[in-house]
Design a protein around this ligand. Structure first.
Ligand code: NAP
Length: 314
């Protein structure tokens, strides 16, 4: 089959993907968007936030395989072929990385390590009260591939986790995790929450969900860990909530506009921890096997794994 690799890569990153994908799929022919190729022949597009129009005019396209877990940027392209299945990246290495980040952030908030970091800068020796993990209710927004792994890791650590999802379809909820679903179920769990961890996909229903009303429903001093997408948060409302003390701290891995402007106030905000969108990176070494498996499934007429439901947007 003829495969097209297209996305917003640096040259070295693109070359690494090309080498690993070619090695994983020696029987197929891979081209990259920078070279001359016959658009009539492409059957699979392997994409990483491709520029708008990249997938237009590929009449034989049968699969769009994303290298990233989130596919919201794809839907911003009005020329996205409407009937071609889209698969997103689900890779155990990425899932493990997200659990590590969520656990680090929640542990650091719980034990006051961000406060101690601030204190060190000012040579302040002050001990905070030590709380047990089971004294900190954690609300997890989303219990999908990544949310589920994070819920499991947090519950194993002793946190009281409530996970919120869109629908109530049956699922294997980890021991110690309470599952709630639907719009009405969100608000009651927020008022007892110490830490909110966001792992929702960005869709029309979730964009801007974390706004003044959301922050106002949390107890004073609660913390936010946003590992999903910047546009879930209304930035002005977040800043106001941090300013008023409604929120005690925010760990932010994702932002409305990335990279975060060097002049952005979050960089120097004492109650904000900034990460440069690294909560869980796709690891090309393992992700190429995921792509190869889906290309093989397509070639053999088998079901494609991790398909996106276009009507839900994730
Ligand atoms: P997923 O498997 O698609 O799961 C999404 C979860 O969100 C599901 O539990 C879903 O509920 C829930 N959800 C969706 N819309 C909702 C709504 N309107 N109300 C309530 N719950 C809703 O996604 P995932 O693989 O866990 O990834 C989540 C997100 O993480 C990605 O979309 C991406 O934006 C982000 N991400 C960030 C990084 C990073 O480095 N920062 C890396 C990878 C991914 P149901 O279960 O009921 O469908």
């Amino acid at each position: 089959m003829n495969l097209l690799l297209t996305g917003r890569f640096g040259d070295a990153e693109r070359d690494q993907w090309r080498a690993l994908l070619t090695q994983a799929m020696p029987k197929h022919h891979l081209v990259t968007s920078g070279e001359l190729f016959d658009r009539m022949r492409i059957e699979v597009a392997i994409v990483a936030n491709p520029a708008p129009h990249s997938l237009d005019g590929l009449p034989r396209l049968r699969l769009i395989q994303s290298l990233w877990a989130g596919v919201d940027r794809l839907f911003d392209d009005p020329t996205l072929p409407p009937d071609v299945p889209i698969a997103r990246m689900v890779d155990p290495a990425l899932t493990a990385a997200m659990s590590e980040t969520a656990l680090w952030a929640v542990l650091s908030l719980h034990r006051g390590f961000f406060v101690y970091q601030r204190q060190q800068r000012n040579a302040v020796w002050r001990q905070l009260p030590q709380r047990r993990a089971d004294e900190l209710p954690v609300t997890l927004l989303g219990l999908g591939t990544l949310g589920l792994a994070c819920a499991r890791a947090l519950a194993q650590q002793g946190y009281r986790v409530t996970a919120w999802t869109r629908d109530g379809s049956p699922r294997d909820v980890p021991a110690g995790v309470v599952h709630v679903h639907g719009d009405d179920a969100l608000w009651p769990c927020l008022n007892g929450t110490a830490i909110v961890v966001n792992l929702l996909p960005l869709t029309p229903a979730t964009r801007g969900l974390l706004d003044a009303r959301f922050f106002g429903a949390l107890p004073r001093g609660a913390a936010l860990v946003n590992l999903a997408r910047g546009a879930h948060v209304v930035e002005a409302d977040l800043r106001a909530a941090l300013g008023s003390g409604r929120l005690g701290h925010a760990v932010l891995d994702v932002f409305d506009s990335e990279p975060l402007d060097p002049k952005h106030p979050f960089w120097r905000h004492p109650k904000v921890t900034v990460l440069p969108h690294v909560a869980a990176l796709t690891d090309p070494r393992s992700a190429t096997a995921v792509v190869a498996s889906n290309v093989r499934a397509l070639a053999e007429g088998q079901p494609i794994a991790h398909l996106v439901d276009r009507t839900r947007g994730y």
